[in-house]
Design a protein around this ligand. Structure first.
Ligand code: NAI
Length: 296
């Protein structure tokens, strides 16, 4: 099985934290990438974010200026899905909600060519269940990137019950060609990493709930003392509490309420308050201009 060639156009749906990062990766690999979101301002913001990242890499000498410009030129903002009908690979990175994702994939099935590949970046929803809404569920797989997508190497290639091996293999080779480290997984709740990481977040939130220490101290202990790249609270702020909470709820429900995956009331309160982390300017830490830095 071989990777998709760079003449295959990629459509990324959802221009938030993940969608814009995935668009960056695919464009850097040489594909023309349509970037779509229901909110035009999100597309704008997503593309600006890619431009900022590319400038940063160029300024540090990690990327030639010309390559940065060419990568950005391959990102095509679109405000209508119909403008991307010649895409051969669609990667969905919208809100973590089964109904909304199913509705989108039904629309994509109608819009795109019969041999176009459909992929979802869902963190926790069942690929089998998303695919159940399709006429041809065998053309859908999970293509699960990690945050931030341009920097994180791992990509989980997730097969639902109907996904063909050939499709999973093509995505595997494509992720490899994009400079990633792909792994195959079947569709179980949370797949591999999100399943294993759930207790990390949950236990940190429980420790905080018991007032053992504040978030900055706990983050410093794990990051600086134990060598984790990020502490759990700064990581949840990066992921977004709405996303992280939705994933925990989804894994909890999928395992029939297994107590190990009980969602945190502390996190529920943050979501209710709109303190979603970096993307909203405040989570466990305050990211407003002039605020003290996230961690000691
Ligand atoms: P986000 O909230 O940053 O962005 C989601 C974007 O999707 C928003 O711009 C929103 O306007 C748009 N959107 C919502 N419904 C839409 C629709 N029907 N059509 C087109 N656009 C729509 O969310 P984020 O963090 O980028 O997550 C997206 C997906 O990626 C979710 O499924 C999430 O579980 C998954 N994911 C998130 C990770 C993270 O660390 N944040 C990591 C890996 C996967």
């Amino acid at each position: 099985m071989t990777a998709l060639t760079t003449d295959v156009k990629v459509l990324v749906i959802g221009a938030g934290a993940m969608g814009s990062g995935i668009a960056h990766v695919a464009a850097a690999a040489g594909h023309a990438v349509y970037l779509y979101d229901t909110r035009a301002e999100a597309v704008e913001k997503g593309r600006d974010g890619i431009a900022r990242d590319l400038r940063f890499l160029a300024a540090r000498g990690k990327l030639a200026e010309a390559e940065a410009d060419a990568t950005l030129a391959r990102v095509i903002p679109v405000t209508e899905l119909a403008a991307a009908r010649d895409a051969g690979l669609a990667i969905e990175a919208i809100v973590e909600n089964l109904d909304v994702k199913q509705k989108l994939f039904r629309a994509l099935e109608d819009l795109l060519d019969a041999d176009a590949i459909l992929a979802t970046n869902t963190s926790s929803l069942s690929i089998t269940q998303i695919g159940a809404a399709l006429d041809r569920p065998e053309r859908l797989a999970g293509l699960h990137f990690f945050n931030p997508a341009p920097r994180m190497k791992l990509v989980e290639i997730v097969s639902g019950l109907a996904t063909t091996r050939a499709l999973a293999d093509t995505l595997y080779e494509t992720a490899k060609a994009w400079g990633k480290v792909p792994v195959h997984a079947t569709s179980t709740p949370g797949f591999i990493v999100n399943r294993v990481a759930r207790p990390y977040y949950a236990e940190a939130l429980r420790v905080l709930g018991e007032r053992a220490a504040d978030p900055a101290t706990l983050d410093a202990a794990l990051r600086d003392g134990c060598g984790f790249p990020m502490g759990p609270f700064e990581l949840m702020d990066l992921i977004g509490h709405d996303v992280n909470f939705a994933v925990t709820r989804s894994v909890f429900d999928a395992y029939f309420g297994d107590k190990r995956f009980t969602p945190s009331l502390i996190q529920q309160e943050l979501v209710a308050a709109g303190r979603l982390g970096r993307k909203s300017g405040r989570g466990f830490y305050d990211y407003a201009e002039g605020a003290s830095p996230p961690a000691p």
